[in-house]
Design a protein around this ligand. Structure first.
Ligand SMILES: Nc1ncnc2c1ncn2[C@@H]1O[C@H](COP(=O)(O)OP(=O)(O)OP(=O)(O)O)[C@@H](O)[C@H]1O
Length: 651
């Protein structure tokens, strides 16, 4: 039976039904949001006035009629006339249209430019320094003052006004978008997208942008309102739209001299200004609530066009059948941190065979995750990390691949799952969309087929009602379910190697056992190799055939699980084993923990790294670093001067 069973017709019908339900739900939520409804009604009114201006006000907005100057509102002139006898209703209608056009153009222009600047400045640190300093410079000037200065230089015209206002408002959009990018960048789901092989541009536009959209739309609508106010202020001061073109600012400016005797000249343009600004502000507030990613449904799909680009394919090598799938040789990963250059991984060597489960153990900070991240080259190679050594995957050294080739390895050949499934999933995309994304990133398949596969993958990982779950967002699922989803995403492209970095740590005990069983079951059924990173030696004993014990960036002991657990040779492994609670142990006795704690990487001891915590340490240990080597007649590799002596002792 094929792994992913397809029931396309049934799924398509359900999908259509769910789409309709989503739409209905959005409309219902919109209708109960008073601010959004009132704002939208007012905007519709302004839009109608702007579009149908010639029909609403049939008089010529420029026609001077001195005989009828300064006429009070009446049946003939509902808003009265101005100092040139022009019909004020007509001028307010055309003025509103002009102001709305300026507001719309400025909101659109500044949002588009500010969005691009904010996205790239937030994502690339080096660009941030340049772009944000320029933005800060512009932001330091009060909006009106900056606009006046630019208009004075360019000269008054509608086009120049729009250009100046776009420049004035770009910094506020850029700053807001940038800060939402900085927050998004911290989340593990963006890291997870790197592990799945997504390019920077794809991550920015597909995964970070949706999270910034609600902020952008809200801010855009406020800028619409603010641009109209600044336009009015500039025109009022004679530095905006040149007279006699009607704009709300010009009308207020015209009325200021007659405010005491002909107050209608300022009253009606003033009311129109309040109406437009209020409409945009109410709309912005309402939309902010509706677009909250935790409350909304499938809006992102409509707002974001999927990007089509795919990473260049990685030509998998063909290692001999008996050769290990992954061979790590003398891997060194130096990280440039605030504490200086530190060796997070320091000469690590081990192998993962085809279909094998290898455990990596050690206390927190021993370099387990750093080793895993190095295999997928997840550290930023421009600023943070330098790699040395070899990481041979199917005979090909991953350290020699280009970034593009590396992207096609991640999520495709080698997948990774993390300990916190919630932060590894994108909150603004449904579960199904995220699996489809991974599939389409590496496989030339259509959306429909990818969706069917996504549902089957969810079924494979034991998620009940997978069709419904695929439509849900990460926050709607329990921790165990989310980890199953992460596994489904990791398995989407049927990788040959799964790196599971403490996949059960964030889950409760019964769920931990289920997730572990699921990983092992998939390993057995799909023949997929697994690199299992854990603190839990019990899990290693149960699940792995070989184990690698790490301490301070180095392998201190590695070998066959049974042999190593029966006769651990390194004092650190012995310490770790003694700290495991035993059912047959004496419960009145405290569990022995390894004394002391893992030192920081910038304070590495001389000689054996474990010496300061080791009860067997002597002068030689404290001065000369032991090599990782097997004892005569043994297979287990150990890095200890006293291993020979310890091999004769009981653990
Ligand atoms: N991005 C990073 N920047 C700076 N230092 C880092 C980074 N990632 C890891 N390190 C450092 O590398 C060392 C090893 O960390 P690593 O996360 O690999 O440990 P670990 O054994 O996986 O621990 P844990 O079980 O807590 O995840 C630590 O000293 C850590 O501070």
């Amino acid at each position: 039976m094929p792994l992913l069973e397809i029931k396309a017709d049934e799924l398509a019908a359900r999908r259509l039904r769910l789409k309709r339900e989503n739409r209905k739900l959005f409309v219902r939520r919109f209708l109960v949001n008073k601010a959004a409804v009132t704002g939208s009604v007012l905007i519709a009114l302004v839009a109608a006035v702007s579009l149908f201006a010639p029909w609403i006000a049939s008089r010529d907005p420029y026609a001077i009629d001195v005989v009828n100057r300064l006429k009070a509102p009446s049946a003939v002139y509902p808003f009265g006339t101005d100092n040139f006898g022009r019909d004020l209703l007509t001028r307010v209608v055309y003025g509103t249209r002009m102001s709305a056009e300026v507001g719309f153009a400025v909101a659109l222009g500044s949002s588009a430019i500010g969005l691009v600047i904010g996205l790239y400045a937030g994502y690339f640190k080096w660009l941030d320094q340049i772009l944000m300093r320029v933005m800060d410079g512009l932001f330091a000037f009060p909006a009106v003052l900056l606009a006046i200065a630019m208009m004075a230089a360019l000269g008054p015209s509608v086009g120049n006004l729009i250009l100046c206002l776009i420049i004035v408002f770009v910094p506020s959009i850029a700053r807001i978008v940038r800060s939402s990018v900085l927050t998004a960048k911290e989340t593990t789901y963006i890291e997870a997208m790197h592990t799945l092989g997504a390019s920077h541009n794809r991550i920015i536009w597909k995964h970070i942008l949706p999270g910034s959209l609600s902020t952008l739309i809200v801010q855009g609508s406020f800028i619409f309102a603010e641009a109209i106010i600044v336009e009015a202020a500039l025109s009022f001061l004679g530095a905006g739209i040149p007279a006699p073109t009607p704009s709300l600012g010009n009308l207020l400016s015209d009325g200021k001299l007659y405010i005491y005797n002909s107050s209608w000249m300022t009253l009606f343009p003033g009311l129109a200004l309040v109406l437009v600004v209020l409409a945009m502000n109410l709309f912005g507030d309402g939309i902010r609530d509706l677009l909250d990613p935790h409350a909304r449904r499938s809006l992102t799909k409509r707002l974001v066009q999927p990007l089509k680009q795919r990473p260049a394919p990685f030509q998998a090598g063909s290692a001999a059948a008996d050769e290990p799938l992954l061979q790590i040789r003398e891997l060194k990963t130096q990280l440039h941190t605030e504490r200086g250059r530190v060796p997070a991984v320091d000469g690590v060597s081990f192998e993962v065979g085809k279909g094998e489960v290898v455990g990596i153990v050690g206390e927190s900070g021993c370099g387990k995750s750093a080793t895993a991240q190095s295999v997928l080259r997840l550290f930023d190679e421009k600023r943070l990390a330098e790699y040395e050594g070899e990481i041979r995957y199917n005979g090909i050294d991953l350290l020699k691949l280009t970034p593009k080739q590396m992207r096609s390895v991640r999520g495709n050949e080698i997948s990774m799952i993390f300990q916190d499934p919630l932060s590894s999933l994108n909150p603004v995309h449904t579960i199904g969309e995220q699996i489809v994304e991974t599939l389409r990133l590496h496989r030339p398949i259509g959306k429909k087929e990818a969706w069917t596969k996504a549902v089957e993958l969810l079924r494979l990982t034991g998620i009940p009602a997978p069709e419904r779950r695929a439509r849900e967002y990460p926050h709607q699922l329990s921790g165990g379910m989310r980890q199953r989803v992460m596994i489904a995403i990791a398995l989407a492209c049927e990788p040959q190697l799964l790196i599971a970095d403490e996949p059960t740590t964030a889950l409760d005990v019964t769920i931990q056992a289920q997730i572990l069983e699921l990983i092992l079951d998939l390993n057995r059924r799909m023949g997929m190799s697994v690199m299992l990173i854990t603190h839990d030696l019990g899990v290693v004993a149960e699940a792995c055939s070989r184990v690698v014990v790490m301490y301070l960036g180095q392998v201190v002991e590695s070998g066959d699980v049974r042999t190593l657990f029966e006769k651990p040779l390194h004092p650190y492994t012995i310490g770790l084993m003694q700290s495991i609670p035993r059912l047959d142990g004496d419960r009145s006795q405290e569990l022995a923990a390894v004394p002391g704690s893992v030192p920081s990487l910038d304070q590495l001891p001389q000689g054996c790294r474990f010496a300061p915590r080791c009860t067997y340490a002597d002068d030689k240990c404290r001065t000369v670093m032991p090599e990782l080597a097997a004892l005569p007649g043994g297979d287990t590799l150990v890095r200890c001067w006293h291993a020979g002596k310890l091999s004769g002792m009981e653990a």
